[in-house]
Design a binder for this molecule. Structure first.
Ligand code: R5P
Length: 266
């Protein structure tokens, strides 16, 4: 049976349909102090339970929902699979500065302690993040779906671009699906201020259509900096493809204002 958490009920229903499994809904009531009362609407009487709950913003609240649902579901089954399409905190996969908490590993411990058997995520930020979860897990990718969309566009001499070195493997996979080349820019993020700079000085992108590929867009800072650099190098149009479009505040507007032709996300 598939249980849909508050953030992913539409997706959970579709997964249930594909699996020919029963669907169980959840409801949430929020108290004046901000606490939630979460209820699983029907007792799932099956051996395997799949809980679907993405943890996009509000990240902490959606995460607590996920943990609460799994904890309750564990009373009915020992085989609980957690489908978490967007796993918040995956970028906190290492101690960049002394004393920083590797929160993704804390999340792994919590998922384990409430009784999760296995976690399934989509295009997680890094392999290290998956490792830090410290629980049986699998990453599935939306890259081929995004690439299929790009294939339908009539691009001129296209090139895939990763805004940073961390996304090199993803860009390689994307370019492979399109049978074109890729490059990865060098990005620097100040770990104290969060300020981003592109440190690549030259790229052969003149008069070419570009596909900027990233796992996620949050504030849009990384994509905007890369776009500004690529525009200076006199590229043609820029298409942006990402799996997780969070578009925090007015990120989408700012990306378009920077000169991006189209943003494609799941
Ligand atoms: C960073 O390494 C990630 O892959 C993304 O490029 C980044 O986190 C997106 O965040 P923002 O949109 O705020 O720059």
């Amino acid at each position: 049976m598939v249980i849909g958490g508050n953030s992913s009920q539409g997706l959970a229903r579709r997964i249930a349909k594909k699996l020919k499994a029963g669907y169980v809904n959840t409801s949430t009531r929020t108290f004046p102090d901000g606490e939630s009362k979460i209820t699983i609407k029907k007792i799932p009487k099956k051996k395997i339970i799949v809980v679907v709950q993405s943890t996009f913003p509000p990240v902490d609240s959606n995460l607590l929902h996920l943990l609460s649902i799994i904890s309750q579901a564990r009373k009915y089954s020992s085989k609980i699979y957690a489908v978490i399409p967007y796993l918040g905190y995956a970028r906190q996969d290492r101690e960049f500065l002394d004393g920083e908490v590797v929160t993704v590993s804390v999340i792994g411990k919590m998922l384990k302690s409430v009784g999760t058997k296995k976690v399934i995520v989509v295009d997680i930020h890094s392999k290290l993040a998956l490792k830090q979860l410290g629980i049986s897990s699998e990453n599935v990718s939306a890259v081929s779906n995004l690439a299929n969309y790009i294939k339908k566009l009539k691009l001129k001499d296209p090139l895939v671009v990763s805004p940073d070195q961390g996304g090199k493997e993803r860009a390689d996979e994307f370019a492979d699906a399109l049978k074109i080349d890729f490059i990865a820019l060098k990005k620097h993020r100040d770990r104290k201020t969060g300020k981003i700079n592109i440190i690549t000085t030259k790229a052969s992108v003149k008069d070419r259509d570009l596909v900027l590929v990233d796992d996620m867009i949050s504030t849009g800072g990384s994509i905007i900096k890369a776009t500004q650099f690529l525009k200076k190098q006199k590229c043609r149009r820029i298409y942006v493809a990402c799996t997780h479009g969070l578009f925090v505040n007015d990120a989408e507007k700012k990306i378009k204002q920077a000169g991006v032709t189209q943003i494609i996300s799941t």
